[in-house]
Design a protein around this ligand. Structure first.
Ligand SMILES: [Zn+2]
Length: 157
């Protein structure tokens, strides 16, 4: 039982991190920014976010939904997406642990579907090279999560 809890907790933490990256990727695809060049920043004042301001869910709560530098409101959509992706990974792990591949597939499909729908609703979805490179970044991070979850499985025996 405790092994199952640890596996689900590991998947949930990975989901939180992927939720934060989902927000970043969606914003960068929408605004035409590079996906790798500029650090995460406030969309109002442009200040680079410190590490303590990038903790999924917690930073938004600690900052009470406002930028630490300029006080501009931060959309509640960000923590909602982080929590939603976390729940997606957690649910997949609850249903399939200790298998890792289903968690990765559910996570990737959920993230890509969210980004595509969000961009389509805003009228800026274009299945072009930038979109493909974004999907590639998701695949890359899913691979890393697969390694982490597999290591957790090996550690638990
Ligand atoms: Zn700001």
């Amino acid at each position: 039982m405790i092994y199952r809890i640890v596996r689900c907790l590991a998947a949930a933490i990975c989901g939180l991190v992927m939720g934060a990256y989902t927000n970043t990727l969606e914003y960068r695809l929408r605004s035409g920014m590079s996906m790798v060049e500029k650090d995460c920043h406030c969309t109002s004042c442009g200040c680079v976010l410190q590490l303590r301001d990038q903790i999924p869910l917690l930073s938004w709560l600690m900052l009470r939904g406002r930028c630490r530098n300029c006080g501009a409101p931060i959309s509640p959509r960000y923590p909602l997406v982080e929590g939603g992706v976390m729940l997606l990974y957690l649910l997949a792990a609850l249903l399939t642990a200790p298998r890792v591949i289903p968690v990765l597939c559910v996570g990737a499909v959920g993230i890509l579907a969210y980004i595509a729908i969000s961009l389509a609703v805003r009228g800026c979805f274009q299945p072009n090279r930038r979109w493909l490179s974004g999907a590639g970044m998701i695949a890359y991070y899913q691979l890393l999560i697969g390694v982490i979850l597999t290591m957790v499985n090996i550690a638990l025996g």
